[in-house]
Design a protein around this ligand. Structure first.
Ligand code: DOR
Ligand code: ZN
Length: 340
């Protein structure tokens, strides 16, 4: 069995910078493009820094490989001129809002939503998408559900603002998606597969620890059904986040799963197992193009049901990163990629 995907997109990706960027970019560029997150140290908050980072991403991408970095800025209060400058920058995609301190490198995020009002109004006028890490500071299993009220407020107050609920993890978030036409959402690979049990139900599995944390079986199952059935406002966003091995296998494990190199084979396996391969193109590209009006670079990725050996780690430029499914054999793999 095989499937040919046209220009698959990863709508939520962390590439980092310097040596980690050089490791991660080639391992992420089976996709035709990706929405690249701005939570660098310091975060990307202006068009000039964003353009320089996009250039470093291009330099880290192997020659001859089509990979469009769709760039985001870290949400801070921005005025009309600053947003105009961002919007004029080639490759600009949107603003990513983090509640202050909610996850990796988000200390400079938003503490009081009222302070964001002016910026959100301009974004709405200018049709700039808002991407949101939607978690409260409450009990870890309830953080996403507690945040849904804020999504509801935003979707109501700014009816023309396109709001992407990033990496949703609950059945409740899916329900909200169906209530507001100006909401869309991304979902990761791991949240279609694992629950909290896989992380902490037996021996602790640091490489599966990410934020938002994986939830209950009913949540995982609802997300999987929505993806398999190509819910038109649900897009694949890996949230693949490379952390050095020593930061994951440590006391105080960093949040993030590294999935980029195996996302497409694993998605093909999941969709094939459920007899839904025909819906994979919508989930990994067409929905995003319809929602955001994207025209990705052309690329054809053929996947087939031949095994892929996932390495125990990826090492280059002095960095070592352990992927999800490290050391395992997956039933599907990339057969070929045509960059045209
Ligand atoms: O698990 C996560 N890792 N969640 C995030 O929101 C951020 C990301 C990272 O940057 O490592
Ligand atoms: Zn992320």
């Amino acid at each position: 069995m095989e499937i040919c995907l046209t220009s698959p997109l990863d709508m939520h990706l962390h590439l980092r910078d310097t040596t980690m960027l050089r490791l991660a970019a080639p391992l992420s560029s089976d996709f035709a493009g990706a929405v690249v997150m701005p939570n660098l140290v310091p975060p990307l908050t202006n068009a000039a820094d964003m353009l320089a980072y996009a250039q470093r991403i291009r330099e880290a991408t192997p020659a001859g490989v089509n990979f469009d970095p769709l760039m985001t800025l870290f949400f801070t209060a921005m005025n009309e001129q600053e947003l105009a400058a961002a919007q004029e920058a080639p490759g600009f995609f949107g603003l990513k809002l983090y509640p202050a301190g909610i996850t990796t490198n988000s200390e400079g995020g938003v503490s009081n939503l009222a302070d964001a009002h002016r910026t959100l109004s301009i974004m709405e006028e200018r049709a700039i998408p808002l991407l949101v890490h939607g978690e409260s500071h409450g009990f870890v299993m309830d953080r996403e559900e507690e945040f849904l009220g804020i999504y509801r407020q935003l979707a109501t107050k700014y009816p023309k603002l396109r709001i992407s609920m990033e990496h949703i993890t609950t059945a409740a978030a899916l329900q909200l998606l169906d209530e507001f036409e100006n909401l869309c959402a991304t979902v990761t690979l791991q949240h279609l597969i694992i629950t909290l049990d896989d992380i902490a139900g037996g021996m602790l599995q640091p490489h599966l620890f990410c934020k938002p944390i994986a939830k209950r079986p009913a949540d995982r199952d609802a997300l999987l059904q929505a993806a398999l059935n190509a819910h038109p406002r649900l897009m694949f966003g890996s949230d693949s986040a490379p952390h050095p091995r020593c930061k994951k296998e440590s006391c105080g494990c960093a949040a993030g799963c590294f999935t980029s190199p195996l996302s497409l084979p694993k998605l093909a396996e999941l969709f094939a197992t459920h007899g839904k391969l025909d819906n994979l193109q919508a989930f990994v590209c067409d929905n995003a193009c319809n929602i955001h009006g994207l025209t990705p670079s052309s690329k054809r990725v053929i996947l087939h049901d031949q095994p892929m050996q996932v390495p125990s780690s990826y090492r280059s430029y002095g960095e070592t990163v352990v992927p999800m499914f490290a050391g395992e054999q997956l039933p599907w793999s990339v057969k070929s990629i045509r960059e045209s």
